[in-house]
Ligand binder design. Structure first.
Ligand SMILES: Nc1nc2c(c(=O)[nH]1)N[C@H]1C(S)=C(S)[C@@H](COP(=O)(O)OP(=O)(O)OC[C@H]3O[C@@H](n4cnc5c(=O)[nH]c(N)nc54)[C@H](O)[C@@H]3O)O[C@H]1N2
Ligand SMILES: Nc1nc2c(c(=O)[nH]1)N[C@H]1C(S)=C(S)[C@@H](COP(=O)(O)OP(=O)(O)OC[C@H]3O[C@@H](n4cnc5c(=O)[nH]c(N)nc54)[C@H](O)[C@@H]3O)O[C@H]1N2
Ligand code: SF4
Ligand SMILES: [Mo]
Length: 766
């Protein structure tokens, strides 16, 4: 296998002073994708160590912005609990083994289960860090194919699947998500998003804090809809304290207001819309008066929010986790973009726009303006009959697919960069189910709440040892940019790159045996991408000889070669010589601070990939869910409801082992409004017992008016107390797992996405 020494790469800049060098790379921890400047020192033995990480002031997108997590790539790399050798369970305890022995064990386990029960007895769960990992983005596909099972689960169905579905139905692909043009907008309406803590999601932008402040500095307006007065809300012009789970009602009533008051005007998008004339009828039940009791937003306020949106010179509507992991996530996601359409803000600067990414986008392939669209529910889950979406089943039914006896039951699991025991609903059930498996294999960097159940854990290199290209998240960026990072540090001699682990696992899963060469998979990926590129009659290399292009890609193996291919055949690419000034990996390597490809530009209609070639404003699966929404007008507004929250120093479940991020006051607390605290007899600092239909936890109470009355909030990703996890720091700051409370039977119907916000709970002093 060719392993290129990162120290020989052009961006390993000359030594700043004797024995040190500076490297630049993109932070892979969250969607913001900040540029980092990493100082590396070499000791007398020649061992390299990172001595400093700070924001890269010359990064074309982040301009030096960084959050407290960015610099902890060093602590993550040096964390003694981070796995450096494969683990195999022998007599109930993990032992370190070599890679060949680990893969031999994986082979024995998986082939055994397949021989006895067939491929449908295999299940796989892929977690969030894969979205930030070029190896996973490229090589998970062959792995899933090789596993040959429909039991595919991911973090997407505890996250953004509703938005992917509404986008695919309206615009043609799951990543055809219009992003708020926050750098140019005059009015930003945010629902269920807290970018001051999360740094943004499905709208890639480093420095949300600065960009939001700039909206107000230039005279614009920021409105935040959230049951909590978040840090984002505190810095906004207006906070709308909505009742959890009711955003779809609010948005529908705003749309109704625009239609009733003659304020709807789609502007330049007009000629590209289908079914605009159906919206008034479909949304008629949702008047401002009708939604006021359920949403907790007065009818006059609903109407004013709509009028403000229509009156602004430009406006963007943006909904995130609080709108997607909710009971009407798909409908709410659709309505976010319906409002953009009705106010003339779809596809115009300052409104909601489509990125034109440099690599990997399905909206720059094939025939411009038309495509296959999406079909939902091509099969259903065995136990509950939940629909497949985008090749996956909902994470909310993973546990039951393992613990319910019968034909087709999952007997073996593969997890890749996922911690579903902490991140998916009714997690106590999943925890128990994983214990009952015949076999489990995990690709991960820690022994945590999930991977402790594995028979084999295959470690990935640390982020500093990996290359990086944000293949997925740059498709959702608020500017068109491209940025490649080579590894900062060389891997340990035995440690394969993550793509090699995934490719070798794919070969084992396929039945080729434990010793096959992962380079085979790499070549297959390249060949299939090249075949697609030369076969795309509208593409820049249409009709060329794939062998010739392959030769031009050079000798590197793994993600570098594949990103090169994608860049060169992408919309800014060098088209393998046909456009000499175009992008290639070489061009990105020569630009260690990234390449700025400009502000977003209007893309209708070429961006569309719907079968009709139109923006579909009334897709059938969404229309079919509106009666369910109508029934929610009568939901009990007085029930106490649990919502989540994120903290700048956390990253879902897996960064609590970094001391600098968890020290200080406890953060896994239950926020309770003073009125509720008085009513329930809860004192600040006391312990509360929180009970839902499926579980119970005890958490310390923090009385605060930063939540609206009737709402309590507990962050997710905590609960590290189990003695078998190997997270020395996290165990001392364990917290409790909020997903013990979330209910696996409650999902957003079109997408199967778990409802993680708005869970009915009872709270009492413990
Ligand atoms: N109640 C509630 N639940 C939630 C949410 C919520 O808001 N509320 N949010 C949901 C959301 S948005 C998401 S995305 C999910 C996340 O759900 P998951 O993806 O299941 O959980 P993570 O905590 O991101 O776990 C990441 C795992 O990847 C491992 N890991 C980290 N880096 C690497 C790497 O480079 N390679 C490999 N192989 N492994 C690595 C970590 O050790 C950890 O085991 O949680 C969801 N769950
Ligand atoms: N620091 C940090 N950053 C992260 C992560 C992290 O765990 N920590 N996770 C990353 C991931 S995987 C993701 S997906 C993104 C998520 O990014 P965001 O969506 O910005 O995540 P949150 O900060 O959880 O913000 C969601 C907000 O929704 C509110 N909310 C809850 N229920 C409702 C509701 O019914 N209606 C409305 N309107 N609001 C509601 C919550 O109070 C919360 O303030 O963050 C990413 N960035
Ligand atoms: S906001 Fe923080 S975690 Fe996210 S990319 Fe930037 S430095 Fe990394
Ligand atoms: Mo997420």
């Amino acid at each position: 296998m060719t392993v290129v020494d990162p120290a020989t790469r052009p961006e390993a800049a000359p030594a700043a002073d004797a024995g040190t060098r500076t490297a630049f790379r993109t932070c892979p921890l969250c969607e913001a994708g900040c540029g980092l400047e990493v100082t590396v020192a070499r000791d007398d033995e020649g061992t390299e160590r990172v001595t400093r990480i700070r924001g890269d002031r010359d990064d074309v997108f982040s301009h030096g912005f960084i959050c407290p997590k960015g610099s902890t790539l060093r602590q993550l790399h040096e964390d003694p609990d981070r796995l450096r050798r494969p683990l195999v369970k022998r007599d109930g305890a993990f032992v370190e083994v070599g890679w060949d022995e680990a893969f031999a064990e994986v082979d024995r386990l998986l082939t055994g289960v397949v021989a006895e029960h067939g491929r449908e007895a295999l299940g796989v769960y892929v977690g969030n860090p894969n979205a930030h990992n070029i190896s996973a983005l490229v090589y998970l596909k062959p792995l899933l194919k090789a596993l040959g099972t429909r039991n595919v689960f991911s973090a997407s169905t505890v996250d953004q699947r509703p938005k992917e579905i509404s986008s695919a139905l309206m615009f043609g692909t799951g990543l055809s998500v219009p992003v708020p043009d926050i750098d140019r907008t005059d009015h930003l309406l945010l629902l269920g998003a807290n970018p001051l803590e999360s740094n943004g999601s499905l709208a890639t932008a480093p420095d949300w804090p600065g960009r939001l402040a700039a909206i107000r500095e230039r005279g614009g307006r920021v409105v935040v809809v959230d049951p909590r007065r978040t840090r984002t809300a505190e810095r906004a012009d207006e906070w709308v304290a909505i009742r959890p789970g009711t955003d779809a009602l609010l948005l529908a009533a705003m749309a109704t207001t625009l239609l009733e008051e003659g304020l709807a005007d789609p502007g330049a998008a007009g000629p590209h819309l289908a079914d605009l004339d159906r919206l008034a009828d479909l949304l008629a039940p949702f008047t401002a008066e009708a939604v006021a009791p359920a949403t907790g937003v007065a009818a006059d306020d609903v109407r004013r929010l709509a009028r403000d949106l229509a009156a602004a010179p430009t406006a963007a509507v943006y909904g995130r986790i609080g709108t997607t992991t909710a009971e009407f996530g798909t409908v709410a996601s659709w309505l976010v973009d319906v409002l953009a359409v009705l106010t003339g803000n779809l596809d115009r600067p300052g409104g909601s726009m489509f990125t034109r990414a440099a690599a990997g986008s399905a909206t720059t392939r094939g025939t411009p303006g038309v495509g296959r669209g999406i079909r939902l529910g091509r099969h259903t889950s065995r136990v509950r009959g939940l629909p497949e979406t985008m090749g996956e089943l909902p994470a909310a039914c993973l546990a039951e697919e393992i613990d319910t006896p019968g034909e087709g039951r999952i007997r073996a699991m593969v997890t890749v960069a996922g911690n579903p025991v902490l991140s998916t609903p009714h997690s106590a059930r999943l925890d128990a189910a994983l214990e009952g498996l015949d076999a489990m294999v995990a690709v991960d960097i820690y022994v945590n709440e999930t991977t402790r159940h594995a028979d084999v854990v295959l470690p990935a290199p640390s982020a500093l040892e990996k290359p990086h290209y944000d293949l997925a998240l740059l498709q959702l960026a608020i500017r068109n940019v491209a940025n490649w990072s080579d590894p900062v540090l060389a891997r340990d001699p035995d440690q394969p790159d993550e793509w090699e682990v995934l490719a070798r696992l794919a070969l084992v899963a396929q039945g080729v045996g434990p010793d096959a060469d992962p380079a085979v998979v790499d070549d297959l990926v390249v060949d299939s991408l090249l075949a697609g590129a030369v076969g795309d009659e509208h593409g820049p290399v249409a009709g060329r000889d794939p062998a010739e292009l392959k030769a031009m890609l050079g000798d590197e193996r793994g993600p570098a070669r594949i990103v090169d291919l994608m860049l060169r055949t992408g919309p800014y690419g060098d088209a393998f010589g046909a456009r000499p000034d175009g992008l290639s990996l070489e061009a990105l390597r020569a630009a260690p601070h990234g390449v700025d490809l400009g502000a977003l530009e209007p893309r209708l209609p070429e961006v569309l990939r719907t079968p009709s070639g139109k923006v579909e404003l009334a897709p059938e699966p969404i229309v079919a869910d509106l009666p369910r929404l109508e029934a929610a007008l009568d939901a009990d507004p007085d029930a106490l409801r649990l919502v989540g929250r994120r903290d700048l120093r956390s990253n879902n479940s897996w960064m609590h082992n970094v001391e600098v991020l968890v020290k200080g006051k406890e953060r896994c607390t239950l926020h309770v409004h003073p009125d509720d605290a008085a009513r329930l007899g809860l004192a600040d600092g006391a312990t509360a017992r929180v009970r839902s239909r499926v579980g119970e936890v005890e958490a310390p109470v923090q009385v605060t008016d930063a939540v609206r009355p009737g709402v309590v909030s507990l962050p997710h990703g905590w609960g590290h107390a189990h003695p078998d996890v190997r997270l020395g720091v996290a165990q001392r700051h364990a917290g409790v797992n909020s997903n013990v409370l979330t209910d696996d039977t409650v999902v957003d119907v079109p997408s199967g996405t778990a409802v993680l916000n708005g869970i009915p709970v009872e709270v009492a002093p413990a």
